[in-house]
Design a protein around this ligand. Structure first.
Ligand code: CAA
Length: 286
């Protein structure tokens, strides 16, 4: 029988981490939300409050349910607050050294039975797992942006992840109202492996001035019935995140030129044009 997961920790409260906190709290699960500084913690709290306030304003969430949701979330600076959780999901920036250091620390702080999960989108879950003394309890749990809306979770098992851990996480995804797909540990898993060649191609097309950003996006939105065009989607994902994913897939996936990041993407990231979160990417936001 699957183990019931009743208390969860989320480390890193950027766009993905804050969205993941919301998903758990919405579904009645207590969450400890952790950041490294007070300022980062306040930003994360701001994401969560903003998102739930919008839901109330749209009539999708009753004010009392919003209060109950927020009441399930504890905020803390530092990993000590994760001593008693059943599962930790890491959602810190996509840098292998950073994630490996964090997992080594989580291994020391958390109960020996706790599952340690990473929300990485392109790094090797196996390389992260071996930074701990419990690689059999390490798994990838990859949510999509915006986490409260997107139904898919990719559950990534390594060659040493215990089958019970995979089963526990699959059961948890169902409890969260998500659809889990379970796969092995390859760069980009299923969705990003297929998606990012296309997104990169759209940047190349725009960079070559073959078409305007509006026309590229309209073609895919109206011609292929996608909810967003590729350049608008890159702004949503974050151009820094997209660059990291492409670069990692390029290097891990045999240098497939489809994944060689378009030079424009790098220039935009260097210039601080990161998409929605910085107010400007391919488009400008208020
Ligand atoms: N948080 C919470 N809820 C949100 C939200 C957010 N950030 N953004 C939108 N929503 C909700 C809205 O409140 C709305 O809910 P109701 O219908 O219940 O009112 C619903 O989602 C639809 O939103 P909107 O009406 O504002 O706008 P929309 O219909 O254009 O949908 C969208 C917005 C959900 C983002 C949609 O455009 C979409 O699905 N886009 C594609 C997203 C996508 O492909 N994501 C995957 C990116 S790749 C990835 O994440 C992997 C990785 O590793 C990088």
């Amino acid at each position: 029988m699957a183990r019931e997961i009743n208390a969860v920790g989320v480390v890193g409260l950027g766009t993905m981490g804050a969205g993941i906190v919301e998903v758990f709290a919405r579904n009645g699960i207590a969450v400890v939300a952790v950041e490294v500084t007070d300022a980062a913690l306040e930003r994360g709290r701001g994401h969560l409050v903003g998102s739930t306030d919008r839901a109330v304003a749209k009539g999708r969430l009753a004010p009392a349910d919003r209060d109950a949701l927020l009441g399930r979330v504890g905020f803390a600076v530092g990993l000590d607050a994760l001593r008693d959780v059943d599962l930790v999901i890491e959602a810190v920036p996509e840098r292998l050294d950073l994630k490996r250091r964090l997992f080594a620390e989580l291994d020391r702080v958390c109960e020996p039975t706790a599952i340690l999960a990473t929300n990485t989108s392109s790094l090797s879950v196996t390389e992260i797992s071996v930074a701990t003394g419990r690689p059999d309890q390490v798994v990838g749990v990859h949510f999509f942006n915006p986490a409260p809306v997107m139904k898919l979770v990719e559950v990534v098992r390594t060659v040493v992840t215990a089958p019970e851990v995979v089963a526990d996480v699959e059961a948890l995804c169902a409890r969260l109202g998500k659809v889990g797909v379970t796969i092995g540990d390859r760069a980009g898993f299923i969705a990003n492996a297929l998606l990012f060649g296309y997104l990169n191609h759209a940047v190349t097309m725009y960079e070559a001035r073959y078409a305007s950003r509006e026309d590229i996006d309209a073609a895919m939105k109206l011609g292929c019935r996608l909810p967003m065009g590729p350049l608008a989607l890159l702004d949503l994902i974050g151009l820094d995140v997209a660059y990291e994913i492409l670069d990692t897939m390029y290097r891990r996936g045999g240098r497939d030129r489809r994944h060689a990041p378009a030079p424009l993407l790098r220039q935009m990231v260097t210039a601080g044009l990161l998409g929605r979160k910085s107010g400007r990417g391919f488009y400008t936001y208020d």
